[in-house]
Design a protein around this ligand. Sequence first.
Ligand SMILES: Cc1ncc(COP(=O)(O)O)c(C=O)c1O
Length: 382
Amino acid sequence: MTGLVRDLTDAEAREALVCKWGEVAPDVLPAWVAEMDVAVAEPITEALQRAVAAGRTGYPRFGAGRELGTAYAEWAGRQFGHEVDPDQVVATVDVTAGARLALDVLAPAGPLVFPVPGYTPQLDLASICGRERVDLVLDPDAERAELDLDQLEHHFRAGARTLLLTQPHNPWGRAFTRDELEAVRDLVLRYDAFVVSDEIHAPLVLDGREHVPYLSVEGAASHAVAVVAASKAFNVAGLKCAQVVTADRALHERLMAAPFARNDSWSVLGVEASLAAYTHGDAWLDDLRSVLAARRDLLVSLLAEHLPLARVRPIEATYLAWVDLRAYGHADPAAVALERGRVALNAGHDYHPGLEGHARINFATSEARLGEIVRRVARALG
Ligand SMILES: Cc1ncc(COP(=O)(O)O)c(C=O)c1O
């Protein structure tokens, strides 16, 4: 750890993170929405201050955004060893909108396969895009969180044509390996299906593990699109700028041919923040990954001490822990933690409809707060 990442105090976090801290009562410790209680990296705040001082508050540059494309491509090369064509990086407002755009414009008709538990708002993406959602369910008792290829094949055989892949996965905490992704690719090719790969958590792969962009899997380019952003790793989700990336000219042309009103406009300050993150954010991000790995280890040891019946699978990526609390006998442990412990967690059933006894804990907070969060949850569930 190099000390570049700084924890916010409670007062600073309350000022900075108006959703995470402001949407809960003042006596509640927030460990829910995916935002980190850390100060924004200096290169980003400096770029934003410069842009605001210059009055840069109008529309962003339209088109494929050469500058942003180049910054992302260079960054993806350094971070993932992945070659991206800067011309095939298209800006959009956020990752959820980017996934919607990809589904509307690029994905074939037919049901959408969605791995659950999965990012809550995306449970509705299929119906918003006029499709049926078919769930690729992670068995809550599985030792390891893996994509069940038999289930996936069953869905493709039954007519599903698109997989909304989240990788690294929130809330599974997995960074899928190249072998796993190649197995997915084989099935996708066999059934002539399509992949929308939400890689918002790509920068947050921990312990020196590799993030494998789905587009870097051999043979994937013609049937896949990735949606990426600096927003989750650099805590700038409110600035609204994500990128839709293709590695196939024809897919890119189709994206660019979509009517203007189809792609919600992104923000000029989001572009500034993304450029600063991709160009000057590597050292801060390295430090962040070390801090998050240490906080994850702390969370795991706190759980072992205070909630010994809690089950957590190895967390390879993200700052979000998917915790099986069924042994404590509450259908909705997050509700109990809030009511009796004054801690805001995410309810498991919001990620996996009908699933009881699970919660998601956001561990991107200070060591002191993390300790308090786990102790409060333990007292509440006990
Ligand atoms: C997997 C995943 N996709 C998308 C998002 C949301 O991204 P955005 O705010 O850019 O829509 C999140 C937020 O946590 C997420 O975890």
